[in-house]
Design a protein around this ligand. Structure first.
Ligand code: ACO
Ligand code: PYR
Length: 549
């Protein structure tokens, strides 16, 4: 007998959109479908035509606008209503009118649900399933049946749950998907029920798990181990309540841990992190940073002892090579790290340094001391790089300009609005210059004054743009006093249109903290962009750096 292909079935566009706060336009849905197809999902469930107008529209547009290379599109819907004819059921007609190669029907397999929610008899429910499946198969559709509440239903009335599976399979369903609809099952129970159902019915089984017990992925793997070879899930585990099984985690586990080669092509797995980011952008709901495999922190290392081992061999603190799922290892610099963390971070930034060198030891000590005063370098790579350069150059880092003074004033004039003015007095190559800027607040006014003064000398600064500003009160311990006199940490993210980088400033005065972060951003651009003009700062042509290491 020819071996059956494993079926990876994505329901991001149907069950995924049942997540609170996740709303997609038709355009978004088409774009998400393209990403899932490129990733290698075998099936993409697009929504419920006939029930949700947006989904009806999605399937209409999909016919001409979706050119799926790997995936088959599936329309989702219910069986015919009780005591009606399948041929006249408007919802069943809408499923056919979606013109998809696949239709997935949701059907009740739990006796209480049949009687209380559907308000019909157990026999009529079986007739609804058999009749609807046959009708769709006769119309040329591949049909899957999602057996809702299967695991709870099996516990209450095993014989009836099994009968639902047999009925669907005998009517022509390609796979019967056992659903842990309430998401409360645990892996041992799921494995046992799947094994029992397989033995009793011989039907091809799928699995659809919700995450209410935090076990959706584990339950999915248990079902596969017990013989299911059709797996449903969603990107990032989006879905009703606590979500569905995370399809990325499931796929990576099956390929990389179970050695299955028929889930997604292994080279496509290398695009998984990118697919996850793209879908996060479209939905506005990004992966949790700690999400397995694709999360931004999935391979980020903070502890110094971890860094010291990773320096020798990344395998020592990573379960896989992150490149296999398109992610990358990162080192976080903080007071929890030592010289090894500095070396790894420096290497990540392009510097060849060694943990045993004096500059690295000094940089590690300064990070500890500054973080103790409230600094945080984890998301301020640019400020860290400046600190590193200061140590690598023994304090002789070129300063493209010097600051003599700055001030900022906020004034509300009688009858007028609030005016904020910042001014700076600087020196470039020893020549004094001053400039003033107005803005909608002190940071904006100082930023404008700096640009006013420097952009003619350093045109690359004109591309510098602040994209995020965060302030965090640190309490009285760090250069501040109690209450509103508390010190503040300011984290600023900048872009020049190509790259993004973060800087940090801390002070008892929020404006001074902001000024420090602003100044780091300007210095960072000048040192990293001007390259050869600044002997100390350029990493690619940095003999001083290499020597220091
Ligand atoms: C487990 C899952 O997540 S399955 C997917 C669930 N997704 C959705 O519900 C999203 C789309 N749903 C909808 O747009 C609407 O709920 C509709 C169009 C399906 C139904 O809308 P309405 O007719 O207004 O009814 P309502 O939303 O109150 O649902 C109750 C009806 O659904 C029926 N129903 C409940 N479960 C099922 C089921 N599994 N199969 C068939 N019908 C069902 C009930 O018997 C009731 O029908 P009745 O009014 O003829 O007695
Ligand atoms: C069908 C489905 O989404 C469920 O039972 O959870």
């Amino acid at each position: 007998m020819a071996e059956r292909r494993f079926q990876l079935y994505d329901t991001t566009l149907r069950d995924g959109t049942q997540q609170e706060g996740l709303v997609l336009t038709v355009e978004d849905k088409l774009a998400v479908a393209r990403h899932l197809d490129a990733f290698g999902a075998g099936f993409i469930e697009g929504g419920w035509p006939g029930a949700i107008p947006r989904d009806t529209e999605f399937f209409r547009r999909a016919r001409t606008e979706l050119d799926l290379r790997t995936a088959e599109l599936a329309a989702f819907g219910a069986t015919r209503k009780p005591d009606t004819l399948v041929t006249t059921d408007p919802q069943v007609r809408a499923l056919l009118e979606a013109e998809t190669p696949v239709v997935t029907l949701v059907a009740k397999s739990h006796t209480r649900h049949v009687e209380l929610a559907l308000r019909t008899t157990l026999a009529e429910n079986l007739a609804m399933i058999a009749g609807t499946v046959r009708h769709l198969v006769r119309a040329g559709r591949r049909v899957f049946v999602d057996a809702e509440h299967y695991f709870d239903g099996w516990l209450l009335n095993r014989e009836y749950a099994l009968e639902v599976v047999r009925t669907a399979a005998e009517a022509g369903a390609e796979a019967v998907v056992l659903c842990d609809t309430n998401g409360g099952s645990l892996p041992d129970g799921v494995g046992a029920v799947v094994a029992d159902t397989l033995a009793a019915t011989g039907a091809r089984l799928g699995i659809h798990c919700h995450d209410d017990s935090g076990c959706a992925v584990a339950n999915t793997l248990a079902a596969v181990d017990a013989g299911a070879d059709h797996v449903q899930g969603t990107a990032h585990g989006y879905g009703e309540r606590c979500g569905n099984a995370n399809l990325f985690t499931v796929a990576a586990n099956l390929v990389l841990k179970r050695g299955r080669t028929d889930v997604v092509p292994v080279e496509r797995l290398g695009r998984m992190a990118e697919t996850g980011r793209a879908i996060g952008e479209l939905t506005g709901v990004h992966a949790h940073p700690a999400a397995p495999y694709v999360g931004a922190s999935a391979f980020a290392h903070k502890a110094g002892l971890h860094a010291s081992a990773l320096r020798v061999d990344p395998d020592l603190y990573q379960h896989i090579d992150p490149a296999r799922v398109g992610n990358a290892m990162r080192t976080l610099v903080s007071d929890m790290g030592g010289r090894s963390s500095i070396e790894l971070k420096a290497r990540e930034l392009g510097y060849e340094v060694s943990a045993g060198s004096e500059p690295v030891a000094r940089a590690a000590a300064r990070v500890k001391e500054l973080e103790n005063r409230g600094y945080s370098f984890e998301s301020a790579d640019a400020s860290f790089e400046l600190l590193l350069l200061e140590e690598l150059t023994g304090g002789d880092l070129d300063q493209p300009f010097e600051v003599d003074a700055w001030k900022v004033g906020v004034e509300r004039r009688a009858g007028g609005g609030v005016r904020t003015e910042g001014s700076v007095r600087l020196r470039v190559d020893g020549a004094p210059l001053s400039a003033t800027g107005t803005g909608n607040g002190p940071v904006n006014a100082l930023d404008r004054a700096l640009h006013q003064a420097l952009d003619t000398f350093f045109p690359e600064l004109s591309r510098l743009e602040l994209v995020d500003y965060q302030v965090r009160v640190l309490g009285s311990g760090a250069d501040g006093g109690p209450g509103s006199a508390a010190a503040a940490r300011v984290l600023i993210t900048f872009t020049d249109g190509r790259r993004r980088w973060g800087t940090v400033g801390v002070d008892g005065n929020t404006v001074t903290a902001s000024w420090r972060a602003l100044l780091d951003a300007v210095r960072y651009v000048l040192l990293t962009e001007r390259g050869a003009d600044h002997r100390t700062g350029r990493r690619a042509a940095a003999p001083a750096t290499a020597a220091a290491g």
